[in-house]
Design a protein around this ligand. Sequence first.
Ligand SMILES: Cc1ncc(COP(=O)(O)O)c(C=O)c1O
Length: 363
Amino acid sequence: MKVPFVNFPLQYRNLEKEIDSAIKSVLDRGDLILRKDVEEFEKNLASFLGVKYAIGVNSCTDAMILSLKAAGIGPGDEVITASHTFFATIEAIHHTGAKPILIDVRDDFLMDPEKIESAIDERTRAILPVHLNGRVCEMDKIMEISQKHNLIVIEDAAQSLGAKYKGKIAGSFGLAGCFSFYPAKLLGAAGDAGAVVTNDENMAEKIRLLRNHGQKPPEIVCYGETSRLDNLQAAILNAKFKYVPEWIERRREIAKMYDAGLKDIPQIKLPPQSDEKHEDVFQNYVILAQKRDELSRFLKEKGVETLIKDPIANHLHPQLGLSHFKLPLTEKLAKEVISLPMYPELTLEQIEYVIKFVKEFYE
Ligand SMILES: Cc1ncc(COP(=O)(O)O)c(C=O)c1O
């Protein structure tokens, strides 16, 4: 049996007619840049999240760069985030000219709110929490600290579409929330795609300008860039949007099956569990595993693909100038985390197959 880590063709086959007709309709109309499909997608996203504005951009990386810039962050400023994230978060801060200040995570892989205050100094302007793996950071504490110190909060919600913390949805806590629709995401485009969401009208207006060369015809209001969500990608995302709730439910079911099958293996630590505070969406199913690299090789031999995303912690890449940060748990996680296949199309047989060989490896 083969269990690929992602299976884009299978999802396409399941939705082939809807996706083909969405693509054809866009091409027939010649609606390629910022047309009605983008507007429809923005409405879909804003309504799903219960926020006032959603602005489609070309990626979550740009969503974060534009949000930080729109919030006035730039050279001389500092932005606090976690090193245990996809590198784009740190990169986005860097590209505004501000300095990323990296703090450690807790054992749920999320920014440790207890570490924020000691990282604040007179240059700190913002906190950029990352809702990793489909789980929202402890946002009440983070918002409380941000209010106390008058800091902006921009959320990296790339991995957490639909996840909630104390009933409130990811992306709706701070001044802006940034989403990715990269193909492997819970809602994935057929290429790059992202969005900024906000309840702040001024912020929404600035992002709309920044994504499209600062143009407010006939005026050019500011220096912007090319960072529009492609109309074609928007149409594909619209075709998929109605499946998001059932895909989230299916991911939760798969997580439960993995949990039940793997819970008695002492060499493994399961992902944090959903509880009364956290409603997770399991963008990823990440375990801590002893002999992680051997486990990955063993599973590969059996036909199961896994992902070891960051075997070197982001701040420890010498070229980046970040190695002065000392983040013990982040550095430990880099050596132990491994993601198992997680997508709604996985069959019961495939899930059981993965569990069987993880067990066999440790026996
Ligand atoms: C946590 C996190 N932040 C940011 C990004 C960047 O998203 P994009 O590829 O849409 O720029 C990703 C994408 O994988 C991510 O997982």
